[in-house]
Design a protein around this ligand. Structure first.
Ligand code: ADP
Ligand code: MG
Length: 310
């Protein structure tokens, strides 16, 4: 039986508690069963992300692939549907799926991710071009971002009321206006939904391919905010935060051929959402203490500077 990475086991139990531990106990058996059914042999070190294990395998015909098994969570349901729709254009190919097991057999590319590229403009350009490529007409049945607009607005209102914060009125109003004006009417376009550098892998049939999509339907500019948020660590080191954040939006909007203001408005919304989310649950890189306070203040600043029209 294949051993699962210790770090993955620990983070799953920390996040999911007993349900996570029970799933982890079953996981080696699930992997074995799928390897047998899909006629694959494991042939490399098991990798993982936040929610899934990735087992490098060789298929009977000799082709290499990876088996991904994700923690059973509603957020991971539509990943294979997005891969089916893209048919390998801009994303890895889906060879097989077992939806009950939250498992997929995927084309294997290199384990190296876009996060390893140091040049910030290059990272954002690659992500922006991929965002453009992935923005195809959405298949039926995927979750629509516009259906979340009501809940987003309600959440913003509640958070602003219930949580102590120092966000100026116009910052909150701008986020609510984005939800009302851009959130409620959105195109029927497939949106990756979690487009960041660790979900973009080096490949050979195309230089970079996406993995790990949420598979939403909506405005492709939404993922400009996902990307900006994922650049937070880089932004923390910037001498001039205003300039660095706007540079990311400039480069992204150009690469993805989207309206610059639209990208900024979604990014502002994501930042305000994150500012409240951090206050409620902490951030992945800082759950409590002075580091959390400092990071929260940083996200507030980001939300505020994105509120000004450039
Ligand atoms: N198709 C693939 N080929 C090669 N490596 C992969 C593949 N898919 C994922 N990986 C590796 O596993 C990591 C986590 O995969 P990902 O699908 O993002 O999992 P999670 O949903 O847990 O974030 C990636 O960053 C990459 O290093
Ligand atoms: Mg991932």
């Amino acid at each position: 039986m294949i051993a699962m990475p210790e770090e993955f086991a620990q983070s799953t139990v920390a996040r999911e508690g007993k349900t996570g531990a029970a799933w982890l106990a079953e996981l080696p058996g699930i992997v074995d069963e799928l390897l047998g059914r899909w006629e694959c042999e494991p042939n490399g070190e098991v990798m993982h992300g936040g929610v899934g294990v990735i087992v490098p395998v060789q298929r009977r015909a000799g082709e290499s692939a990876v088996l991904k098994v994700s923690f059973p969570h509603p957020g991971n349901v539509h990943e294979p549907d997005a891969f089916v729709a893209w048919r390998g254009c801009g994303a890895v190919l889906l060879h097989d799926r077992d939806d009950e097991r939250f498992a997929m057999l995927l084309e294997r590319v290199q384990p190296s991710t876009l996060a390893e590229v140091e040049n910030g403009d290059e990272v954002v350009t690659v992500a922006g071009r991929l965002n453009h490529r992935l923005a195809i007409p959405a298949p039926r049945g995927l979750p629509r971002l516009r259906d979340q607009a009501g809940a987003w607005e309600e959440r913003l209102r509640k958070d602003a009321e219930e949580l102590p914060h120092a966000l100026p009125r116009q910052v909150l109003d701008a986020a609510v206006a984005t939800v009302r004006e851009l959130g409620r009417v959105q195109p029927d376009t497939l949106v990756h939904g979690d487009l960041h550098a660790r979900n973009i892998l080096r490949a050979s049939r195309e230089p970079w391919l996406a993995v790990d999509p949420k598979g939403y339907v909506g405005d492709p500019a939404y993922d400009g905010g996902t990307l900006l948020k994922s650049r937070a660590l880089t932004l923390l080191e910037a001498d001039d935060l205003h300039k660095a954040a706007h540079r990311i939006l400039d480069v992204f909007a150009e690469a993805t051929e989207l309206d610059r203001e639209r990208v900024q408005r979604w990014a502002q919304f994501h930042a305000v959402k994150a500012a409240f989310g951090g206050r409620r649950h902490g951030f992945r890189i800082a759950r409590s203490g002075p580091q959390l306070d400092w990071l929260t203040e940083f996200v507030d600043r980001l939300a505020e500077l994105l509120t000004e029209r450039s």
